[in-house]
Design a protein around this ligand. Structure first.
Ligand code: TRP
Length: 455
């Protein structure tokens, strides 16, 4: 497996940062983060999440980018090239599987976001909290509509992937990211001035340290950090494989982490103040419907609410599509590189597999009872997929990647790549400590504690 000149490159370092930020910023920030904060008990979760982002995920992101740029290959090939004759390529294979698995539930939620553009803009979803909640359950309980939306999301993603990805993603992200941030800021300003918002702010920013005794907080915070940053499955590795050698990896990674984390934190400053302004709101009870049942209340309280609501779900849908593109890219580029398939055949086959796996997630929100409440698990199929991929597969992939970079490929060779062409790289000794010891040990500890608590 060798790289071909036709693989292509980002137009510039900014192009890479935009594309990787386009991958990172998505439903994970605006749908996933508040949902997890709600289930994980508020500010305590936020603190643990930030620790995971900066101490575990940021160093790992640097490692993933370096692996991609060094080998100029997709994940399976990259691991195989640096450890020939050994089984490390399996880490890349886990990533390929995770791409299909994550996309299967991601496209269901993305479909909801697309439908809510219409619902919010036309005022179809409105009224009191009960009506809004009922609207959501009836909508997601309709199996035919859910499946049609999944087809729309996967179809759009596949079409973009076939039509030359790179310049497209760069351009879309560059044009829309500033609008997304401005809109979130405006919504946050309105949210924190609602009557009753203070309780939501307190919940979000003052940690209750007794919650640290709960292992679940650590597993979900770690899983959420990987998911939000697109780490642990070779996605950022693949994007790094198109990065120019003169571009600083550490600087790029810092940008991506900062953008992704500030957008997630900002989403919390909208959801919780609005949520707590609604009488009887229980953040732990909402599950995947949290943003769809809480935000319409905000739009109802704002002048021009239809416009703000429609714009919000439109930007969220676009952010979701730049993420689904990056998820589909990993299995597709694997089929092209390793199996020698044409791009068209690879896109069709992978999209088909994603759709089949998406069916139970799409039908598991009221349409079909066994998927809505999977026997023996006490949760819906969609939640089960979130737990399996985010809390398990991504951290396992990330732990193995850290071990690979720190001990198999080796920190010296990694540092050589990181500092190529005199690139800026702060605190190499600290990074070495994190990637060799802290990352693998912390992830392993969380996983073992999770297994012990579950079984
Ligand atoms: N990070 C994206 C989000 O927050 C989702 C995503 C895109 C992803 N690519 C990924 C998650 C790779 C894990 C791995 O919405």
């Amino acid at each position: 497996m060798s790289s071909t000149p036709s693989r292509g490159m980002w137009s510039s370092r900014a192009g890479f940062i935009l594309a990787a930020a386009g991958s990172a910023v998505g439903l994970g920030n605006i749908w996933g983060f508040p949902t997890q904060v709600g289930q994980g008990g508020g500010a305590t979760f936020v603190v643990v999440y930030l620790a995971c982002v900066f101490l575990i995920c940021a160093p790992l992101m640097v490692g993933e980018i370096a692996l991609g740029r060094r080998t100029r290959l997709s994940p399976v090939g990259a691991f195989a090239a640096l450890a020939p004759g050994r089984r490390w390529w399996l880490v890349g294979a886990l990533g390929v599987a995770a791409g299909v698995g994550i996309l299967s539930f991601y496209s269901v939620i993305a479909g909801w976001a697309v439908a809510y553009i219409w619902f919010a803009a036309t005022g179809a979803v409105s009224g009191g909290p009960d009506e809004i909640g009922r609207f959501f359950s009836e909508f997601t309980g309709n199996g035919v509509v859910s499946l049609a939306l999944v087809v729309l999301v996967i179809g759009t993603t596949a079409a973009v992937l076939l039509g030359g990805v790179r310049t497209g993603i760069e351009r879309v992200t560059k044009a829309l990211m500033p609008f997304l941030i401005l809109l979130l800021l405006a919504l946050a300003l309105r949210a924190v001035t609602l009557p009753g918002a203070g309780a939501g702010l307190a919940y979000y920013v003052s940690p209750d340290l007794s919650r640290l005794a709960d292992v679940g907080v650590f597993t979900s915070a770690l899983g959420q950090a990987f998911f939000s940053l697109s780490l642990g499955m070779g996605c950022i590795l693949t994007y790094g494989s198109y990065l120019g050698r003169e571009d600083s990896i550490a600087g790029s990674a810092l940008w991506i982490v900062a953008l992704d984390t500030s957008i997630a934190l900002l989403a919390g400053f909208i959801i919780f103040p609005v949520g707590f302004s609604i009488a009887g709101f229980d953040p732990t009870a909402s599950g995947p419907g949290l943003i769809f049942t809480v935000l319409p209340r905000l739009f109802a309280e704002m002048p021009g609410g239809h416009l703000f609501g429609g714009a919000f779900f439109l930007l969220l849908s676009v952010a979701a599509i730049t993420s689904t593109i990056s998820l589909l890219e990993v299995p597709v580029s694997h089929c092209v590189d390793a199996l020698g398939w044409s791009r068209t055949k690879a896109v069709a086959a992978v999209a088909g597999a994603v759709f089949v796996l998406a069916v139970p997630s799409a039908l598991g929100n009221g349409a079909v009872a066994v998927f809505t409440n999977v026997p023996g698990f006490g949760m819906g199929f969609l939640d089960l997929m979130v737990a399996a991929w985010n809390e398990f597969a991504l951290p396992v992939g990330g732990c193995l990647t850290a071990i690979f970079v720190g001990r198999v490929w080796g920190v010296d060779r990694a540092l050589e790549e990181l500092r190529a062409e005199g690139a800026w790289f702060p605190a190499p000794a600290f990074w070495t400590l994190l990637i060799r010891w802290a990352c693998p040990a912390a992830i392993a500890l969380v996983l073992v504690a999770w297994l012990a608590a579950t079984f």
